[in-house]
Write a protein that binds this ligand. Structure first.
Ligand SMILES: Nc1ncnc2c1ncn2[C@@H]1O[C@H](COP(=O)(O)OP(=O)(O)OP(=O)(O)O)[C@@H](O)[C@H]1O
Length: 724
């Protein structure tokens, strides 16, 4: 009660506190603050909201709201669920922008260049837990300590105090193993860590037992006693707010009253704050219905309407807007603005270490990230583009002699690919019609005699040519198998001719001669074509998926907002993600290259450095596209759908699994504009032709990749800006 009384006695700002604050300003403790002028009249208030409006789409949540949190006091923000308390706090810390109205926090608008709100000056405990579940309590506090620039000694000292004060379990306990109440206390600990000048606590006492709840309030009362710390706190336990110096009762997006709790109860002759609140709601409802009965064109103002029901001598909105109140104007010179925009190495390091610690705590996920690309590329090399094996073909051979040419010719057929099944004419055709065989090879009884005649005599009859030919009937429903059978038969015939005629075989050769290939080899299979594009595509999509998912989840859990309020900019978050993801991509690339070059023996005639750079750049394109998805989409299901939705169309029309030259024209223009089409071509040129950056087809692949990177990063930034 003593603390309560002390708190309430502080309802007005004491001159001593103002002097102290001014002293601090003079002493340079808030040096960055001074870089922009402090507007007059704002020093007495930690937070000042004037005519603040905020909507979600068509839902108007904050409606010309006015609120003032005196410096060095506890402000209890009360109101029914859904009245807009959290939205207001988010506007105060700057995670939500306001389209109308003004907010001043510790002298300047939130996120003003050079202002440490968001930053070290504010401790924010959001309504969501907003904690990394793979972290220990110690990791959590060390992470926020790093962001606030605390030394490890300072963090350790605060950690020991907070663990004791908040009655937390051992500091190396994992957050995900804590109870709901313990997690909320860790979250409160993270907000209190750096001894901020302003504490913004969104329902810190939910799920906390009464003893600890009283202890937390006692601590808040203690810290505001110095006059240097101000607190705004929301709670559902209305009565506990009696310990606040000022309470604001909020309903339907605006304040019904703002006054010391005792004054409010006295004014409404209420014994509890809850009663006073109920009465206020009733008055508000009555004036609301009166307003409804105002004839069209009536001029009853909303704020006036509520005031009309009360005693004018005791203003309920004690610190409401003063007519003609000056709107603070802040300015900062270009140096401060530039420093504000520049990413801080400290924050990037803290975020990168955070990702590393999380990865270490999730070894399964890390192995998945490293092994998945290897498994994918191995499956592609093993299953796509190779020659069909064990294809059953019926052979109807009407020659019986062991020296027959037909037998010799068949002996040259590649047995691993073609499995010969000797059959009668009837069974062979029944079999192919029933889908048992992919082809029938038939030899007439005079095959040897007629073929010899064809080879020796200059002019032979049509009957001799026909009888001296192997007749082949194919099932052409599977083009790859049919093409393979045709090729194997040609190869077998060539081998047979070479065997029979030796040096004279040129006499029966085709009048078309394929010389040694300029690039590639005679035995190049389709796998060789597919692999470079597949490597780029795998790197790209893993990066898209991991980036989009991690950002969407972090935002959904309130972690991005929490880090932002702690002073981390969007650019720093993106850069830290890029660095940590690059580490993962590097390991993925090393494993991918080891497998394709050493295990699957893909040819490489070009520079390994160029190959690595191109794959890394494609990974960065994936990361930036993942950022676009996470900027535009709020939930992981939609993010997954977006990533999956573009996977197949992109794979198919980027010329990765089938040549671009087969794509019909209007679609080919789209194909050529995609991030992987020219990049895959460039990678094939480097690997198989040994080309370098001086070749157009190579540098075009790099240029297109860099172009997409830039485009995606700009797009993600624009979407983020538009959405906050
Ligand atoms: N991101 C959002 N998109 C759309 N509507 C939202 C969003 N966040 C909140 N709202 C809506 O805005 C209104 C105010 O929400 P808010 O969370 O600010 O209320 P609150 O007073 O903090 O409630 P509670 O005490 O239950 O936490 C609610 O009707 C809510 O449904």
């Amino acid at each position: 009660m003593a603390a309560e009384a002390a708190g309430r006695d502080d309802a007005t700002v004491r001159p001593a506190e103002c002097n102290e604050m001014e002293e601090r300003l003079r002493d340079g403790e808030m040096k960055t603050d001074l870089e922009a002028s402090l507007p007059s009249g704002q020093e007495d208030y930690a937070i000042r909201c004037r005519d603040v409006c905020r909507s979600y789409g068509k839902l108007k949540v904050l409606n010309n709201l006015n609120l003032s949190v005196p410096q060095g006091q506890i402000y209890g923000l009360l109101g029914p669920s859904g009245c807009g308390k959290t939205t207001l706090l988010k506007c105060i810390v700057g995670t939500l922008k306001i389209p109308r109205g003004h907010i001043t926090v510790l002298g300047k608008p939130p996120a003003f260049p050079g202002h440490e709100v968001p930053g070290k000056m504010v401790g924010y405990m959001p309504q969501d837990l907003a904690l990394y579940s793979e972290f220990t309590i110690s990791d959590t506090l060390v992470f926020f300590g790093r962001i606030h620039g605390l030394t490890s000694k300072e963090t350790q000292a605060r950690m020991d105090f907070l663990i004791d004060f908040l009655d937390l379990p051992q500091k190396n306990s994992l957050v995900r193993h804590l109870s709901g109440g313990q997690k909320r206390r860790v979250s409160l600990g993270a907000a209190l860590l750096q001894n901020p000048e302003l504490l913004i606590l969104d329902e810190p006492t939910v799920g906390v037992d009464p003893v600890l709840r009283a202890k937390i309030w006692q601590h808040l009362v203690e810290i505001v006693k110095t006059g240097k710390v101000s607190v705004i706190i929301t709670t559902h336990y209305i009565e506990e707010a009696r310990q606040a110096n000022v309470v604001g009762l909020m309903r339907n997006g605006h304040l019904l009253a703002e006054s010391p709790p005792d004054a409010l109860m006295k004014q409404h002759s209420a014994t509890t704050l809850e009663q006073a609140f109920l009465q206020l709601c009733e008055i508000s409802d009555q004036s609301g219905s009166k307003r409804e009965s105002v004839p069209p064109g009536g001029t009853l103002d909303e704020s006036q309407s509520f005031e009309s029901g009360k005693d004018e001598s005791q203003p309920i909105l004690g610190v409401g807007p003063v007519p003609g109140e000056e709107i603070p104007k802040c300015s900062a010179d270009w140096k401060v603005r530039a420093r504000h925009l520049l990413p801080k190495l400290r924050n990037i390091a803290a975020l990168t270490i955070k990702t590393m610690v999380r990865m270490k705590r999730m070894p399964g996920s890390l192995c998945f990230q490293f092994l998945l690309p290897v498994i994918q590329i191995s499956l592609i090399c093993l299953c796509v583009g190779g020659d069909p094996r064990g294809i059953q073909v019926a052979v109807v051979n009407n020659e019986t002699s062991t020296n027959a040419y037909s037998r010799s010719l068949l002996s040259f057929l590649d047995n691993s690919s073609v499995q010969q099944v000797p059959l009668s004419h009837k069974d062979a055709f029944e079999g192919i019609y029933n889908g048992e065989y992919w082809g029938v090879i038939g030899f007439s009884s005079n095959f040897t005699k007629y073929l010899r005649k064809r080879m020796v005599e200059r002019q032979v009859s049509r009957e001799v040519v026909d009888g001296g030919s192997a007749h082949v009937w194919l099932d052409l429903t599977n083009r790859q198998i049919a093409l393979m059978l045709q090729k194997k038969l040609h190869d077998a015939f060539q081998a047979f001719v070479d065997h029979k005629l030796g040096s004279m075989s040129y006499l029966v050769s085709l009048p078309i001669k394929f010389e040694e290939p300029i690039y590639g080899s005679m035995n190049t299979d389709f796998t060789t074509f597919v692999t470079p594009g597949a490597v780029l595509s795998i790197t790209f999509y893993l990066a898209v998926g991991l980036t989009a998912l991690s950002f969407v989840l972090e935002r959904k859990e309130g972690l991005l907002d929490r880090c932002w309020v702690a002073g981390v900019s969007s650019l720093e978050t993106m850069l830290a993600h890029l660095f940590s993801q690059l580490l993962v991509i590097s390991v993925q690339i090393i494993l991918l290259l080891l497998f394709i070059l050493l295990v699957f023996n893909m040819p490489n005639e070009g520079s390994l450095v160029l190959i690595i750079i191109l794959i890394v750049l494609q990974g960065v394109t994936g990361i930036s596209f993942g950022l676009v998805i996470s900027a535009a989409i709020d939930d992981e299901q939609s993010a997954n759908q977006a990533a999956l939705g573009i996977f197949y169309p992109n794979l198919i029309i980027s010329g990765i699994i089938w040549p671009v030259e087969c794509i019909p024209y209007p679609l080919r223009y789209i194909s050529l504009a995609l991030p992987q089409t020219y990049a895959s071509e460039a990678l094939r040129c480097i690997m198989y032709r040994g080309w370098g950056l001086s070749q157009f087809m190579v540098w075009r692949g790099f240029a297109v990749t860099l172009g997409w990177n830039t485009f995606f990063l700009i797009l993600a930034t624009v979407i983020l800006k538009l959405r906050t």
